[in-house]
Design a protein around this ligand. Structure first.
Ligand code: KG4
Ligand code: ZN
Length: 390
């Protein structure tokens, strides 16, 4: 089955075409085409992602990204058939809210034969609703024109399934996964522990009561006058502190809710502790900034590990996956790899390859395949910024 997947939930415009086969326990994926445009440089000026700006950029970029993905997949064929008038009218209506998108769409698709794909998958949430809607309406327009089924994908399911996939040079493979799976999902908008007891069946085990962990990284980075997104910047400083001669950090930050007996998180207090520390010490030296970044990262990693270990015990999980943008963090990856080996050697740990940790459309294609093969296509899809898995 060939799936064309569209992702526009935040600040990445991405389309991938993936050929998938197999079943839930054992699936293989070949990426035929993958095009992605990050808006980070645009949002960086504002210190965060602005929904209206993200939406406008998605609308501008979707057609060129589609063309690039189809071309890479060698699925571009010139079309000679004229589009029926009622189809054109319906598509104009679907795309009416994005200035210029309908014109760009008609210009491109009028010269492109329906590609040999079997389903279209699109992210329906969670994310920024205005941004999600652009992708959904675009997917609907393509589905209408090409007469293909369309499946709604939960972005977090994409993170989980892609984290389960192993990269074997030519293919991505999901195989030998022992259930239940516990997923630690850490991104700019989410911090949650989710159990997958059976394929595509989820139960929420724990979640943040305030800020998401990526949000805490980004806010602390801003306090340190580092550019957006802050996660990689904090990580860079912290790694420098770890390779310095100073063994112990001169700062101590709290580990919120570490021993409260739940699998929930809280990061607002940690962020505030950094704020107060900086108020009392406005003139930190370069070295001190590095040690503060390191202590912050240590505090985050300690709490994430402690809560995950508790959730592993509670759920009896046989597999642990870590997904979402923050799973790119080198220190968190190290701590989890080390702790799993020493404390839970019989549980397998899956962390996605670097290219799959941040938002992309390949993960949406993987989840789309799982949904499409269960015939979970739906006639109407709406954006849901707070869409939850469980
Ligand atoms: O999953 P993602 O790409 O987008 C969503 O939020 O859905 O995650 C983005 C978040 C940002 O908060 C960013 O600062 C954080 O992931 N991030 C990191 C690292 N790389 C990205 N946080 C810590 N360390 C990193 N290396
Ligand atoms: Zn994400």
């Amino acid at each position: 089955m060939k799936v064309l997947a569209i992702e526009t939930s935040c600040d990445e415009t991405a389309i991938a075409i993936v050929e998938a086969e197999g079943d839930e326990q054992s699936a293989q994926f070949r990426v035929l085409g993958n095009a992605l445009l990050s808006q980070i440089d645009i949002h960086r000026e504002y210190g965060g992602v602005f929904p209206a700006l993200a939406k406008r950029e998605h609308a501008k970029n979707l057609v060129p990204i589609l063309e690039a993905a189809l071309e890479e997949a060698e699925l571009l064929r010139e079309d000679t058939q004229a589009m029926p008038e009622e189809t054109r009218a319906a598509i104009s209506e679907l795309l009416a809210r994005e200035p210029g998108l309908a014109e760009q769409f008609f210009d491109f698709v009028s010269e492109c034969e329906p590609p040999a794909i079997d389903a279209i998958a699109v992210t329906a949430g969670p994310g920024l609703e205005p941004a999600l809607w652009v992708g959904i309406n675009f997917a609907k327009a393509l589905a209408l024109l090409w007469e293909k089924p369309i499946v709604a994908v939960n972005h977090m399911e994409g993170h989980i399934l892609s984290a389960l996939a192993e990269n074997n040079s030519e293919t991505l493979e999901i195989k030998n996964v022992e259930l239940p799976v516990l997923a630690l999902l850490i991104s700019g908008g989410h911090t949650e522990l989710v159990a997958m007891n059976d394929w595509l069946e989820y139960k929420l085990v724990g979640q943040t009561r305030d800020d998401a962990v990526g949000e805490a990284f980004d806010k602390v980075a801003r306090m340190l006058a580092l550019p957006y997104p802050g996660g990689p910047e904090i990580s860079r400083l912290a790694e420098e502190a770890r390779t310095s001669d100073v063994l112990a950090s001169p700062f101590t930050l709290p580990r919120p809710m570490m021993h409260d007996g739940t699998c929930d998180f809280s990061f607002a207090g940690l962020k505030t502790a950094v704020l107060y520390l900086l108020k009392n010490r406005p003139e930190l030296t370069g070295e001190e900034r590095k040690h503060l970044a390191r202590e912050f990262e240590d505090a985050v990693a300690d709490v994430l590990w402690k809560k995950t270990a508790r959730a592993l015990e509670e759920t009896g999980a046989q597999t642990l996956v870590i997904g979402g943008g923050v799973s790119a963090n080198a220190h968190i990856r190290r701590i989890f790899t080390h702790k799993m080996k020493s404390d839970y050697p019989s549980i397998s740990l899956r962390i996605p390859s670097a290219a799959l940790t941040t938002d992309n459309a390949i993960m949406i294609a993987l989840a789309g395949f799982y949904r499409a093969r269960r015939k979970m296509a739906v006639p109407d899809i709406t954006a849901n910024g707070n869409l939850s898995l469980a």
